[in-house]
Design a protein around this ligand. Structure first.
Ligand SMILES: [Zn+2]
Length: 240
């Protein structure tokens, strides 16, 4: 015959053990999920689009928010953009954001208008398209469609040309943007790798860690992905 007193006492211990094991498993699962979620978010910020990698093949989903700077952006980078511009202004510069998120339709209009302008001034449609595609992304292949890229100019020199690099805003951004998670996405002399000529006004959010590495190594996003993310990148860099 079992001892009735002993049996009654052993039941709570079983429950306690089961609850401790369950609690442990829950904490383990929560930590794993958080880690997975953070890694997925980090990779999302490194989404690559260029002339050879259309946005539609990246699996990227845009999450809209207002930046307070007259443009929309992906939620992941709006705070970083605001902090960067605040500090840029505190340093005495006058930054102005002229472009943020663009839908594929907005990009189509922009691209077609630029081609048409050149056709109107006497170039053939082929020549016009070649000239435009070196400076403006084709619809479906623009970083602005990710909501992670911004065109930032100096209010005193609001033109998107090479001289933007010499403005107080251009100089400040080129030295400090990485601290906020941004990179100058199309650096000088990297046309063959990025697909675009030098754009000293175009900044792309990639997160603080990658931005620091890309800045200190003096490389492009394509090279960074090839070096560190070849296996994991959603879209592996392909040479043209
Ligand atoms: Zn741009």
């Amino acid at each position: 015959m079992p001892d009735p007193v002993r049996s009654r006492k052993s039941v709570p211990w079983l429950w306690v053990t089961a609850l401790v094991v369950l609690a442990g498993l829950s904490v383990f699962a929560a930590v794993r999920f958080q880690t997975w979620h953070r890694q997925a978010e980090d990779r999302r910020l490194l989404t690559l689009t260029n002339p050879w990698n259309p946005v539609s093949e990246t699996g990227y989903t845009y999450r809209s928010t207002d930046t307070g700077e007259g443009v929309q952006a992906d939620r992941s980078c709006a705070d970083a953009l605001r902090r960067m511009l605040q500090d840029c202004r505190a340093a005495g510069c006058k930054p102005q954001v002229t472009a943020g998120y663009r839908s594929v339709d907005d990009q189509l209009v922009l691209y077609d208008e630029a081609v048409q302008q050149r056709v109107d001034t006497g170039r053939s449609p082929e020549e016009a398209e070649t000239a435009v595609s070196a400076i403006i992304a084709q619809p479906g292949r623009s970083e602005h469609e990710l909501g992670l890229a911004f065109d930032i100019v100096d209010t005193d020199f609001p033109l998107t040309d090479d001289r933007q690099a010499e403005t107080p805003t251009g100089r400040w951004l080129s030295q400090n943007a990485w601290k906020y998670g941004f990179i100058q996405r199309y650096p000088k002399g990297a046309d063959e790798i990025t697909g675009y000529s030098w754009h000293p006004w175009h900044y792309r959010y990639v997160g603080e860690g990658p931005a620091g590495n890309i800045f200190s190594l003096g490389i492009t996003l394509e090279e960074y992905l090839s070096l560190f993310y070849t296996e994991e990148a959603q879209v592996v860099y392909e040479k043209p």
